[in-house]
Write a protein that binds this ligand. Structure first.
Ligand code: FAD
Length: 167
């Protein structure tokens, strides 16, 4: 899915990816073949299973690297609601602006629906604060999508994958 954060993404380090299909054929894709875009790769829409990936990293100063890691880890723990279960960032970043900013500006930060809640720490996350079931989370996502659309005319799209039902 070309995971990424804080200006970096897998696209920058993946050299090649080895996959197997359901007939047992093995294929190897180069970085270019992978068609990396925002939270998407060639694999996303295919039935390939990744069995190996070669990453190419750059040499750098160990202390500098450790300090960047520490800094980013601190950013993540201070800004994300990692104390409660979630599926990560709920909505994709829209073409203009940030999903979390739109949700906050729509007055939805901290909104609770049954056991699900728009995190009061980072409104881009829907957290499970009290035994939420799938439908609680989906209903809250629908409320967020329609409220943000009514206020700003921007339709948020889920970043998380929903299985077995439609949003
Ligand atoms: C608290 C939290 C914070 C997060 N922060 C970020 C972030 O900053 N940036 C970001 O980009 N994402 C973030 N995420 C999302 C995270 O990167 C994705 O949830 C990640 O892809 C999950 O991988 P997984 O292997 O755990 O999940 P899985 O559900 O196992 O896999 C995710 C998808 O990949 C497919 N898949 C898994 N293994 C293979 C394989 N071998 N071959 C082919 N397809 C496969 C699955 O079918 C599924 O569609 C966050 C998630 C959480 C919970």
């Amino acid at each position: 899915m070309n995971a990424g954060a804080y200006g970096g993404e897998m696209k920058q380090v993946v050299k090649s990816v080895k996959c197997i299909d359901f007939d047992g054929n093995i294929r190897e894709f180069s970085n270019e073949d992978m068609e990396f875009t925002y939270r998407h790769t060639k694999i996303t829409d295919s039935e390939y299973i990744v069995i190996e990936a070669e990453l190419e990293l750059e040499y750098g100063d160990k202390d500098e690297i450790m300090s960047v890691i520490k800094d980013l880890n601190e950013k993540r723990t201070s800004k994300q609601p990692l104390n409660l279960p979630s599926a990560g960032s709920t909505f994709k970043r829209p073409v203009s602006g940030y999903a979390s900013k739109l949700i906050e500006d729509a007055g939805l930060k901290g909104l609770r629906y049954k056991g699900a809640m728009v995190s009061d720490k980072h409104s881009g996350f829907i957290v499970n604060c009290d035994n939420a079931c799938c439908n609680d989370v989906l209903d809250l996502m629908r409320i967020v999508i329609s409220t943000v659309y009514d206020k700003f005319g921007i339709r948020l799209e889920p970043e998380i994958k929903i299985l077995g039902t439609e949003l």
